[in-house]
Write a protein that binds this ligand. Structure first.
Ligand code: S3P
Length: 167
């Protein structure tokens, strides 16, 4: 496939950011991140955007950021937020302009990962309960990707190698 973008999609805590770093280092392609782009453009954190402007506004900023990152000329690895796949328009532009790779993981590995790090507005309260509920709601949401990798038991290096082998 003749594209110069690789998009990583997947539920929160499936390793999109760490794998994008590894791929960027191995391929020499720029590391791009839709959440980072949104924060830069809005001048506030994702939690603040959700709290003051609402999820709808966040999703609009997310769609804009994804389209702009995909339209850059330079080759890049784009890590997206877990909900970036919810809009059909986002899915179709990703499929059109990049190789889309879905990172999958089981619920317990996701919970272990998200419990370690920072604030995620959709996981406030009982993170375990929220993860199970959202996984249920998003069942099948990542199936549109060109390639899916089950990251369970794999290191970041292993995942990157598998992606490069399929590229
Ligand atoms: C979200 C995932 C987050 C971030 C926002 C919403 C989601 O990104 O975009 O909090 O809807 O799944 P990560 O998947 O990088 O945590």
């Amino acid at each position: 496939m003749e594209v110069n973008k690789l998009v990583l999609v997947g539920f929160m805590g499936t390793g999109k950011s760490s794998v994008s770093r590894e791929l960027s280092a191995r391929l020499g392609w720029a590391r791009l991140d839709s959440d980072e782009e949104i924060v830069k453009r809005a001048g506030k954190s994702i939690s603040d955007i959700f709290a003051t402007d609402g999820e709808g506004r966040f999703r609009d900023l997310e769609s804009e950021a994804i389209a702009d990152l995909l339209n850059k000329e330079q080759p890049g690895i784009i890590a997206t937020g877990g909900g970036a796949v919810l809009r059909e328009s986002n899915r179709s532009i990703m499929l059109e302009k990049s190789l889309v790779v879905a990172l999958m993981a089981d619920a317990e590995s996701i919970i272990a990962r998200v419990s370690k790090d920072e604030e995620r507005p959709l996981l406030q309260g009982d993170a375990r309960e929220r993860v199970y509920k959202l996984l249920e709601q998003r069942r099948g949401a990542y199936d549109f990707a060109h390639l899916a990798i089950d990251t369970t038991g794999l290191s970041v290096q292993d995942v990157a190698e598998r992606i490069i082998a399929c590229k």
